[in-house]
Design a protein around this ligand. Structure first.
Ligand code: PLP
Length: 425
């Protein structure tokens, strides 16, 4: 890669740079296997002593191009693509934590991650403390335990849309000597590069804005290469791995120790790899990431301003609004725009909210976000319906809350659609 390429150029040309005569567009290498003629070379591949693809569960040329582009966009030393955002979070954490370990996580995270941590990780013997991210640093430090192995947060929290205080969370991680992992799904590297704010590991549900067109599930973990595993006593990265003839990840792979270990241990054993076809679609989706994120952000701000002053609307929440508690933080961490997610409440309650959604013509009810098309969701009657009303409110899901993933259609059309649906309640 050219050293000084802008994010825009990386979006278009990162990850895959064809030689003369090769395909201009990233080819889909739909092959599980790779041909070799020397058994000693294949043995070297198995020992991690040579570079090359051996089996597509571990690596594949199309997936590799997508991984490289994501690592370049985030400014990391390497990336591993996975079959979904959930598997990216799972692998990112299991690469550090095992039975008996503890994770200190912000409480304002995606519901699926919350359940993964609180239920499945608990069954695996990994304990997670969910901390209110607005606590002072000293109070957060007190929530750490001797067995805490990682601090976790999400760039834009759900459903409050609070922006992670990177300064505080990276200080927290440094103070307790553990890596700081950030789910950057909602901002994408175009709007925010967490590594520049002290993050060590970045996680994405590539299903969302990375793909951008609601075609494929996928995830990715990016290694900043800036955490000293040896110095901080993470012995699994230093001690010999008997499953690879006793190599030490830190000694052999240096700053890429984390991401190599994740690939060769966890993709090998758990098998949650990304398919070449999905990698192709995601690599293509990234070609317009810069344009889409700009338009998602502009449209979301315009719609949020419109809703905030609408007579049928009781409240609207978007970090780009001056009324939002994260407005100042948004200027610091998301200066190019606050992404495409907003929430609002309709005067009345659950029935009025449902009527509004039924009356939309351009926007659709979709259990997804980050698509180029505008979509809406009513969490109280869908994603959070299993919770009691009291528990819903504790999570910030009020009966009237509607979440909007603002698309990149003409903003006047989106506003007209919302206006008509609101007026027809
Ligand atoms: N992280 C965030 C912020 C998400 O919104 C989601 C899904 O909505 C995930 C992770 C999980 O991703 P996936 O659905 O690709 O497994």
């Amino acid at each position: 890669m050219e050293k000084n390429w802008s994010l825009e150029t990386i979006c278009l040309q990162g990850g895959y740079e064809p030689e003369d005569g090769q395909a201009r567009v990233l080819p889909i290498v739909q092959s599980t296997t790779y041909k070799y003629s020397d058994p000693d070379f294949v043995a070297d591949l198995f020992d991690l002593a040579a570079e090359g693809h051996m089996y597509s569960r571990i690596s594949n040329p199309t997936v590799d191009a997508f991984e490289k582009k994501m690592a370049q966009l985030e400014g990391g030393v390497g990336a591993v693509a996975t079959s979904s955002g959930q598997s990216a979070t799972t692998l990112a954490m299991l690469n550090i934590c095992k039975q008996g370990d503890h994770i200190l996580s912000a409480s304002t995270i995606y519901g699926g991650t919350h359940t993964l941590f609180a239920s499945t990780f608990k069954k695996m013997g990994i304990e997670v403390t969910f901390a209110d991210p607005s606590l002072e640093l000293e109070e957060l430090v007190k929530l750490a335990k001797p067995n805490t192995k990682v601090v976790f947060g999400e760039i834009i929290g759900n459903p409050g849309l609070n922006i992670l205080d990177f300064e505080k969370f990276s200080k927290l991680a440094k103070e307790i000597g553990v890596p700081f992992a950030v789910d950057n799904t909602l901002a994408t590297p175009y709007l925010c590069r967490p590594i520049e704010h002290g993050a060590n590991i970045i996680i994405h549900s590539a299903t969302k804005y990375t793909d951008g067109h609601a075609t494929s599930l996928g995830g990715v973990v990016i290694d900043a290469g800036n955490f000293d595993w040896k110095e901080n006593g993470f012995s699994d990265f230093v001690d010999p791995d008997p499953t690879y003839h006793g190599i030490s990840y830190v000694e052999t792979f240096g700053e890429s120790a984390y991401i190599v270990k994740l690939r060769v241990q966890l993709l090998r054993d758990l098998g949650t790899c990304l398919s070449p076809f999905n990698a192709f679609l995601m690599h293509k989706g990234l070609e317009t990431l810069h344009l889409r994120m700009e338009r998602h952000s502009d449209n979301a701000l315009r719609l949020a301003q419109f809703l905030e002053s609408h007579e049928c609307v009781s409240w609207a929440s978007y970090p780009g609004l001056q009324s939002h508690s994260s407005n100042e933080a948004s200027k610091k961490y998301l200066p190019k725009g606050c992404s495409g997610i907003l929430t609002f409440g309709i005067k009345g309650g659950i029935e009025e909210s449902k009527t509004f959604m039924r009356n939309l013509k351009l926007a659709a009810i979709v259990v997804h976000l980050g698509d180029a098309r505008t979509s809406v969701l009513h969490p109280a009657s869908t994603t959070h319906r299993q919770l009691s009303e009291q528990d819903q409110i504790k999570c910030g899901v009020t009966p009237d809350l509607i979440r909007v993933s603002v698309g990149i259609e003409g903003i006047d059309d989106i506003i007209a659609d919302f206006d008509n649906a609101l007026k027809s309640i």
